[in-house]
Design a protein around this ligand. Sequence first.
Ligand code: NAD
Ligand code: G6P
Ligand code: MN
Length: 443
Amino acid sequence: MKKDNLKITIAGGGSTYTPGIIQAILNNIDKLPIGEIHLYDIDEKRNNDMFLIIDYMLKRENLTDITLKATLDPEEAFTESDFVFSQIRVGGMKMREKDEKIPLKYGLVGQETCGLGGFAYGLRSISGLLEVVGHVQTFAPHAWILNYTNPETIISEAIRRVYPKVRMLNACDMTISIEETIAFNYGYNRKNWISEYYGLNHFGWYTKIYDKSLERDVMPEIIEKLTTENMKVADFNAGDKSWQAAFNMMSVITKNFPTNIPNNYLEYYLYPDMVVEETDKEYTRANMVMEGREKNTREMAEKIRQGKTEDVLNFNFGEHGQYIVDMASSILNDEHQRFMLIVPNNGAIPNLRSDAVVEVPAYVGATGAEPISLRENICDFHKGLMEAQVAAEKLLVDAYFENSYQKALQAFTLNQTVPSARFAKLVLDEMIEANKGYWPELK
Ligand code: NAD
Ligand code: G6P
Ligand code: MN
């Protein structure tokens, strides 16, 4: 692998997360010496807006020797790429809004990656990511793809069925975000932690958090704190009501099941009724993001276009960008840093089917991910929950490749946010209409 003058391509260049990722690249240029950044998108306006913002960032840091291009042409975007960071959203926020609002009409969880909204997004997202991965195989077969595109488990399952040997890491920023929030609230330094965790994406549990400086497992004391006092959202999400609600639910889960620290996304599977009761069915997370992050990004580009560049980049990006940059650096420099990754199980969780896609810690080096196997079986409670979810996700991916309405209905019915096959069918039929042109035809 080349060691300098690297070319990085961002697939979904127009994403609102791109500035955060670029900022992290620029902060780590010694470990990830890049020469070229290509923004690849299918939406010219979004890609060009992002070009302006990133160009501004490069100039501000006097890094004008880095070549920046924005293109809709896959050949130009991917040829000779060393790393592809993927963060596409097929159908955009408008379709996310439908994923959230259609299930809610029937009293079911309406969410980006969980429940039936997540399944609807999955059936759209697979085609988009297969296309991106296909371009990479054609134009840069040796490139590493670092994927954030959701829904992660479904994407990973589908891509590996077509490209079993793909050089791709799938990662989610939620575990570091949870850890950052815990550390921020209770006065720890996350950098000292070695975390043990297992599950599926957005569906897992911590089993230990060993603090190297304190020389003890701090999970029991954190559980104690979580059960007595809700956490506040950390700086980078300050004032965000929906993240506050999610962290409040983490305390509810922990009070009832105090053996582990849960991933906050388990709220959708364990307490779907409570979540639905608290959700505004007319104004969901997609609306908040469109009127927040999305609007800010358009305004930022507009200000730069008009030459008003004072304090243009004024928001905090959290660790999302740093995490993916650390992964690239760990591959490039064979650092064997530890990350939570979404990988084929293959025995990592010994008593779970080996062909499941799981989320576990892994060391990352020049040859990719080396997942860490658990040394004991998981409990029946977690296993039962996970097995149903794995089967539902596999059925959904089968439905995609086999154009099978029946498999899609089985997947929707098995999803644990759904109490009745009647609702599964009502939502599926409405989703088929809403996703015309995005989903494969189901027969
Ligand atoms: P966004 O809509 O702001 O940006 C996505 C971009 O992808 C858009 O500019 C869009 O035009 C582009 N796009 C859509 N289809 C494409 C295709 N086929 N090829 C190339 N580009 C395409 O969305 P966002 O909020 O920035 O999120 C981007 C993605 O990152 C989503 O999938 C989201 O779920 C995911 N995400 C994942 C994590 C994680 O932890 N894994 C964290 C944050 C965001
Ligand atoms: C976390 C999750 C992502 C998810 C994102 C949604 O970062 O790990 O998988 O896409 O939250 O955030 P948003 O602000 O778009 O609702
Ligand atoms: Mn995630």
